[in-house]
Design a protein around this ligand. Structure first.
Ligand SMILES: O=c1ccn([C@H]2C[C@H](O)[C@@H](COP(=O)(O)OP(=O)(O)OP(=O)(O)O)O2)c(=O)[nH]1
Ligand SMILES: [Mg+2]
Length: 146
């Protein structure tokens, strides 16, 4: 794909977002903070990453939690998966919540989340009165059993 552009304002203390292994889908994002941030259980905070990006039209970036932080400390993203639009030019920030039972301290430069670049399709609507029939019909929310 065409290269994505990136601008970094984090005093170059941290490197470009990195894929940690050849096969990693996500690249880790760093907390661009100059002092520790303490998050008590149940609290949420917006953490800056120091990066601004520009992707070709048709691509989005998804911000996802890191499983290690989630299982060990209950740290996750309150918005589920963060959506970074291709036309967004602001700083990427991470909305984290502490769902654990203990305080968690974010340190400067810590890897707080990961970012996956994805293609998306822009849908067009066709307004109709009736939708086609399917075997599932209106069944959902577990109607097929456990
Ligand atoms: O975890 C996130 C989610 C979003 N954003 C930025 C990039 C995204 O393009 C913009 C808007 O996000 P979203 O559409 O999810 O939020 P909104 O509440 O709908 O805001 P807006 O009205 O600006 O679209 O905020 C982040 O930096 N981190
Ligand atoms: Mg929006």
């Amino acid at each position: 794909m065409e290269k994505c552009k990136i601008k970094i304002i984090n005093q170059s203390k941290y490197s470009l977002p990195q894929y940690q292994t050849q096969g990693s889908a996500g690249m880790d994002l760093y907390a661009d903070i100059n002092k520790n941030i303490l998050l008590k259980p149940g609290e949420r905070v917006l953490i800056p990453t120091g990066i601004f990006i520009s992707m070709p039209i048709g691509y989005e970036a998804q911000i996802r939690a890191r499983s290690g932080l989630s299982i060990k400390h209950g740290i996750t993203l309150i918005n589920g998966i963060g959506t970074i639009d291709s036309d967004y030019r602001g700083e990427i920030k991470i909305i984290v919540i502490n769902l654990g039972q203990e305080d968690y301290v974010f340190q400067p430069g810590e890897r707080i989340a990961q970012m996956v670049i994805k293609k998306y399709i822009m849908a067009e609507w066709e307004l109709v009165d009736h939708l086609d029939q399917t075997p599932r019909g209106v069944g959902g929310f577990g109607h097929s059993g456990k």
